[in-house]
Design a protein around this ligand. Structure first.
Ligand code: AMP
Ligand code: ZN
Length: 493
């Protein structure tokens, strides 16, 4: 295990808009909070990308030897439609449509979320608190905000007073929004007349009779505001000031801006030292989103059962595809991009295998393993630059293949460093798995390919009884053949 003290990490801080040297509050320990999913539907691949970016960051810190407390919540109440203060709770709406108890919806999609993250080889966070499990903490936080004059109650709802806060603090500090613009551009919507000013946001909402997710409070029966949940849970588990807060870029405003205001209004200082925002995954150049239907589900990618893909892909190929982009860059999803990542991933895995059988002879004259190793760390230390890391790994792949072909050499000491570093970065930090760990391993692919060839022969001889038999019997054991322009591919369930 490398010692963290050896590495100088810099992190792009959304709060300052620049890269800053990373210095944790307590040496050797890191507190990190990441906004979790709202569990009212299956997570799409865009959601997975954001969580994967933070999984990679979590993995790197752990690899360096930091003691990390990584808190990623589950939003199971209070997140209304359109991210607004009015409208139906997303979970309650789903429950109404499906005729389920809201907690059944929550359970169903929390289980789905965990299964998907497991499939993609995520590490579990240290704590995964739920919003509904922290209603008391949220109520206590609101009481403090009212006491300090930053929140007011109207008709059983409580709102944060943005203008009052802004007289002594700086609303808009994270998103760069200007308060005057906000005042002019936020128009009161129907039903928001309870608010003093339209830019105020809900801390607690009165529950109308039809609102089924409801809790008692000093202001009557209601439910908490979405922004408040994260403030209550991050403060509870990481303290009034902690190192890193993350989430997708689209959460910067209003969600994270409001989190800062809620915390600062109570504690009089910034709650978080480094704000990190992961960029979006797009499909056809547009943000993947649940609401527009422009998205792809992880299950569709693994099975290939979608018209967007020519075949299914291994979870590690998808992971490698994501890691080839920097977490702050937009990444566009396409069949071609995944096919290219599959090639890259296989090349990397082949080199890992090759490494086990190369001859150890004498040091190389050309490839300096130690400085290569440091370049791998430098890439990650520079705001977790995984594309540069991947490029470094491929320079090692080239070197390994040269040794295999007798065009280069390595001695034992350098071999040990090379093997260890490849292992650390490929498996521990990037979180990839060796191809053979998967049910669609190379051997299975080879065997199915033999059957595909036999089927093609049968078809060429117009023996459709046999060709159909091959296809149907494969289907019976969960292997689906797909005939496409580029030949036949297969997917497994
Ligand atoms: P939600 O469940 O809607 O609160 O979203 C969970 C996480 O996924 C948030 O951090 C979002 O910012 C993130 N997210 C949503 N859409 C995308 C996307 N297209 N690409 C990357 N991250 C996304
Ligand atoms: Zn949040």
């Amino acid at each position: 295990m490398t010692q963290f003290s050896n590495q100088d990490i810099s992190i792009y801080n959304s709060l300052s808009g620049k890269k800053e040297p990373f210095k944790p509050i307590v040496e050797g320990a890191i507190g990190m909070y990441v906004c979790g999913p709202t569990v009212y539907s299956n997570v799409h691949l865009g959601n997975v990308r954001t969580f994967m970016s933070f999984d990679m960051i979590f993995r790197y810190f752990k690899h360096l030897g930091y003691k990390v407390r990584y808190v990623r919540n589950i939003t199971d109440a209070g997140h209304l439609e359109n991210d607004a203060d009015e409208g139906e709770d997303r979970i309650a709406k789903k429950a109404r449509i499906e005729q389920l108890e809201p907690m059944e919806v929550v359970q169903m999609y929390t289980v789905d979320f965990h299964n998907i993250l497991n499939t993609f080889n995520f590490l579990p966070p240290s704590i995964e608190p739920t919003a509904t499990g922290h209603i008391i903490e949220q109520i206590e936080h609101i009481k403090q905000l009212i006491e300090k004059g930053f929140a007011y109650e109207v008709n059983g709802s409580v709102y944060f007073d943005v203008l009052e806060y802004n007289t002594t603090h700086d609303y808009g500090v994270l998103s760069g929004r200007n308060i005057e613009d906000l005042v002019h551009n936020t128009r009161a919507l129907d039903g928001q007349s309870d608010k003093k000013n339209p830019q105020d946001f809900a801390l607690w909402k009165k529950a109308e009779p039809q609102h089924i997710m409801r809790w008692p409070s000093p202001w009557g029966v209601g439910f908490p505001g979405w922004h408040l949940e994260c403030t209550a849970m991050s403060t509870k588990y990481l303290g009034e000031k902690f190192d890193i807060h993350g989430g997708g870029m689209d959460l910067k405003f209003p969600h994270h801006e409001c989190e800062i205001a809620q915390a600062k209004a109570c504690h009089n200082h910034n709650p978080v030292n480094y704000w990190m925002h992961a960029n979006m995954l797009t499909l056809n150049g547009q943000k993947m989103a649940k609401s527009t239907g422009n998205n792809i589900l992880p299950a569709e990618i693994l099975s290939g059962k979608t018209d967007k893909l020519s075949k299914g892909f291994l979870p590690s190929v998808v992971r490698f595809f994501m890691m080839q982009a920097h977490y702050r860059s937009v990444l566009d999803f396409s069949n071609e991009a995944l096919l290219a990542s599959e090639k890259g991933y296989k090349k990397l895995m082949d080199a890992v295998k090759t490494l086990q059988s190369i001859n150890i002879t004498k040091p190389s004259n050309e490839f300096d393993v130690s400085s290569w190793k440091q370049r791998c760390y430098d890439a990650m230390n520079d705001d977790f630059n995984t594309p540069i890391l991947v490029a470094e790994l491929f320079s090692a792949v080239k070197y390994i293949n040269q040794i295999k072909d007798g065009k280069n050499s390595i001695d034992k000491a350098n071999f040990d460093i090379l093997e260890r570093t490849m292992d650390d970065f490929i498996f521990d930090v990037l979180g990839l798995k060796a191809a053979t760990d998967s049910p669609s391993s190379d051997k299975l692919s080879d065997a199915v390919q033999i059957l595909i060839n036999l089927r093609n022969e049968a078809r060429a001889q117009k023996n459709f009884t046999l060709s159909d038999q091959i296809r149907n019997e494969l289907l019976a054991v969960g292997i689906q053949l797909k005939d496409g322009k580029e030949g036949t591919s297969f997917s497994t369930d």
